[in-house]
Design a protein around this ligand. Structure first.
Ligand code: PGA
Length: 258
């Protein structure tokens, strides 16, 4: 069966009452369904406790959008992996292009986060992807290669299947422009091959998500791409019906590849 995961990245959206409303809507739509896909929501930090309560004992999983790499200490404003673990998170997004671009996170910082999360038994959702200029300059694979090499430095083969990769071309994020099926197929094959070369056959079990303007309309053809194991969804994850419809498409693929 093809592994599928649908993750909602709410970014800096939804206060506590809005978070309750959205999760409640998702839960009631999924009620009674025996999901074959993993489904994950990543609310802002302030909503994590309330969302955790709502999804306890359901099939929905919980993730955070960022973390620091130290366990504790004088890092004003930061949240550590162990804090997220104690709040009930199982996944943490790291290396999102918005963090790389607006908060100056380097490959080295992202790598420290990946290593720290693995040490705390959390699953990193490790984001990679090229900018439009890089693509136009023919550098897509060089960039993805560099991000993999540096971001996954010191990860050992035994750990690789606990990492989720999200390929998100920066030019497709929040723009309404989705990469073409050919572009996604080519990038995901490249990523899978490089992971297998670096980490061996265990890398065949790594979940590789696509992200960038995924919605209920375009997800069926994206999910049908062989090396795509689901999506990291931003804007469309903020609307209950849209998100549930994306989950339904993922379920179609997961069931058809049983
Ligand atoms: P988008 O965001 O779906 O709004 O393009 C995806 C992401 O940034 O993870």
């Amino acid at each position: 069966m093809k592994q599928m995961l649908v993750a909602g990245n709410w970014k800096m959206n939804k206060d506590i009452s809005e978070s309750v409303a959205l999760v409640s809507e998702i839960l009631s739509s999924l009620d009674g369904k025996d999901l074959k896909s993993k489904v994950l929501v990543c609310p802002p930090f302030t909503s994590i406790p309330v969302v955790q309560k709502l999804i306890e004992n359901t099939t929905l999983l919980l993730g955070a959008q960022n973390c620091h790499y130290e366990s504790k200490g004088a890092y004003t404003g930061e949240i550590s992996p162990s804090m997220l673990k104690s709040a009930g998170c199982e996944y943490v997004i790291v290396g999102h292009s918005e963090r790389r671009a607006y908060f100056f996170e380097t490959d080295n910082i992202v790598n420290k986060k990946v290593i720290a999360l693995l040490a705390h038994n959390l699953k990193p959702i490790f984001c990679i992807g090229e900018t439009l200029n890089e693509r136009n300059d023919g550098l897509t694979f060089d960039v993805v290669e560099r991000q993999i090499q540096l971001g996954l430095k010191d990860v050992v083969p035994e750990q690789i299947a606990r990492i989720v990769i999200a390929y998100e071309p920066v030019w497709a994020i929040g723009t309404g422009v989705t990469a073409t099926v050919e572009q996604i197929d080519e990038a995901h094959r490249f990523i899978r091959n490089r992971l297998v070369e670096l980490f061996g056959s265990r890398a065949n079990d790594v979940i590789i998500l696509y992200g960038g303007s995924v919605n209920s309309q375009n997800c069926p053809e994206i999910f049908a791409i062989s090396e795509v194991n689901g999506a990291l969804v931003g804007g469309a994850s903020l609307v209950g019906k849209e998100f549930v419809s994306i989950i339904d498409s993922s379920e179609t693929i997961a069931s058809s590849t049983q």
